[in-house]
Write a protein of this length. Structure first.
Length: 185
């Protein structure tokens, strides 16, 4: 973790499209992070091959190594993702697979984790966010359950909706403020 008061949040964006709404949400959160918080969007998820144990280990692909290093250097992990066919995009699932290895000691293990985002449907990505949280939990992340922002973006630009932006910034603030209570038990 960090040795100063600066909190680092690694953001995994589930859409690969350069101008996707979820990428713009991640960029907005990065640009408007509270004082003492650095929000780093993890780039290159499209360069990470599908997880295969045969190519993992000391000679893991460069994209997978970069992903692991970015998340290992962070204090928190935030997923900002749409929903594809009722679940999380394959690129996000693949990233979580890589982050879960080596088993029990992956870069995501013990990290406070949350998922937010938007889709152009009335459901706002709730299944994608639920599935990402479930997968990250199995991978060893500490899922912060009270953070749920699944925004329907059916018309207009969601980033012009001040209430939606406030909910997204509130989710980031809640993730940053989350304290691990499992160690005290």
């Amino acid at each position: 973790m960090t040795t100063s008061s600066q909190t680092r949040v690694a953001v995994l964006v589930g859409s690969l499209r350069a101008d996707s709404l979820n990428r713009r949400i991640a960029e907005h959160l990065s640009a408007n992070a509270p004082e003492g918080v650095t929000v780093d969007i993890v780039e290159g998820l499209d360069q990470v091959p599908f997880y295969n144990e045969e190519i993992d280990g000391d000679t893991a692909p460069a994209g997978a190594v970069a992903l692991r290093e970015a998340v290992a250097a962070a204090d928190r992990v935030l997923v900002v993702t749409p929903e594809y066919n009722g679940t999380m995009p394959a690129v996000l699932n693949n990233a979580i697979d890589w982050l879960s290895r080596p088993y029990g000691a992956g870069a995501i293990v013990g990290k406070p984790f949350a998922a937010v985002g938007a889709t152009p449907t009335p459901y706002g990505g709730k299944w994608s966010h639920e599935h990402a949280r479930h997968s990250a939990s199995i991978a060893g992340a500490q899922v912060v359950e009270n953070i749920v922002v699944s925004e329907p973006a059916m018309s207009g630009d969601l980033l012009d909706d001040s209430a939606a932006v406030e909910r997204l910034l509130g989710a980031l603030n809640s993730l940053v403020a989350h304290e691990d209570t499992s160690a005290a038990a």
